[in-house]
Design a protein around this ligand. Sequence first.
Ligand SMILES: Nc1ncnc2c1ncn2[C@@H]1O[C@H](COP(=O)(O)OP(=O)(O)O)[C@@H](O)[C@H]1O
Ligand SMILES: [Mg+2]
Length: 228
Amino acid sequence: MNTKGGCGKTTVATNLASYCLAQGHAAELFDYDVQGSSTQWLKARDPQLPGIRGVEAHKPPPAGMTRSWQLRVDAHTRYVIQDTPAGHVGFDLADRVSESDIILVPVLPSAIDIRSTANFIRDLLLVGKARAGNKHIAIIANRTRVRTRSLEMLERFLRNLDIPVIAHIRDTQNYVRAAEKGIGVCELMERAALKDVTPWQNILEWIQQHDPATAQHVPLTACGATPV
Ligand SMILES: Nc1ncnc2c1ncn2[C@@H]1O[C@H](COP(=O)(O)OP(=O)(O)O)[C@@H](O)[C@H]1O
Ligand SMILES: [Mg+2]
């Protein structure tokens, strides 16, 4: 999520779905953006490739279908990845936050993007009540070339709020080429894309560390009970 447009929400949603799949975790893509970029990515995907179920969540359910049936999740699905729109129109921040366990915020390293992301993080905490709901928030620095002064400023601001920057994504045409084919950079199978796997490893690792399904075992183990 990030109300700033073009910062990489769809890139993160689609590449993460593709990487989850490559790691053997079934993933679904819920597209909350009327622009439908994640849906278009899925449509471009070769049907021979492992599938990712997509839901056009920005649309009302078809006649005769309930909203909850439209948004049902397959029993074998491990991760539901929501792609959200830019701006505040047609986007219910409180709903999106309450339905998430983990919120990933992509940000571009420009002064304008960083300032609006800082405002968005405030909204997440104040309007979305992300802290009160025990949501885990992390930043993904996207299209990083060099470490900029503004990125360092953002990192300082986030450190004060205790929000980590969990990955840096390179600025590379690999993302553009992969998007055209409905695949993630990890599925490009090219030498030139090998180093682009690292951020996705880091992101999934962080998600797994903060996954409430596994985190809930920690206190049980700590008090000597056997985890189920
Ligand atoms: N790391 C990157 N390197 C190169 N191009 C990128 C990168 N991240 C995003 N893009 C491109 O920038 C554009 C906007 O990204 P997108 O993920 O659609 O942003 P959002 O969903 O936040 O509006 C897209 O054309 C996408 O392919
Ligand atoms: Mg998008």
